[in-house]
Design a protein around this ligand. Structure first.
Ligand code: ZN
Length: 89
C-alpha cells in the first residue's frame, strides 16, 4: 500500500511505452512479470496489479485463464458438465 504520493514526470516513447521508476515499482509492487490493470477515465490513467477474477461469478479463488477468459474452477466445472456426454475429450 502506498502511503505517500510520489510525483514523477516521464515521456512516452514512440511505441507508447512508459518506464515506471524503480521507486514507484517498489512502492506499488508492480514488479517484472506482474499483470497490470489499466483503467482510463476523466481523471487520467490508473495502474494497479491485475488480480485474476472469474468473468462469470467474480471469484478470485482458483482462477485460470483459458482461451482469453478468466474462469474459476467452480464455473469451469459447470461449463464442463454441459459438454460431458460421457464421450470424453
Ligand atoms: Zn466463477
Amino acid at each position: 500500500m502506498v502511503t505517500a504520493k510520489t510525483m514523477v514526470t516521464k515521456k512516452i516513447t514512440r511505441s507508447g511505452s512508459i518506464t515506471l521508476p524503480r521507486q514507484v515499482r517498489q512502492k506499488t509492487g508492480l514488479l517484472p512479470g506482474v499483470p497490470v490493470k489499466m483503467v482510463a477515465d476523466q481523471d487520467g490513467i490508473h495502474l494497479s496489479k491485475h488480480v485474476p477474477a472469474c468473468f462469470n461469478c467474480g471469484s478470485v479463488d482458483d482462477v485460470k485463464e483459458i482461451l482469453g477468459i478468466e474462469i474459476c474452477r467452480s464455473c469451469a466445472k459447470k461449463v464442463w458438465r454441459c459438454f460431458d456426454d460421457g464421450g470424453g475429450v
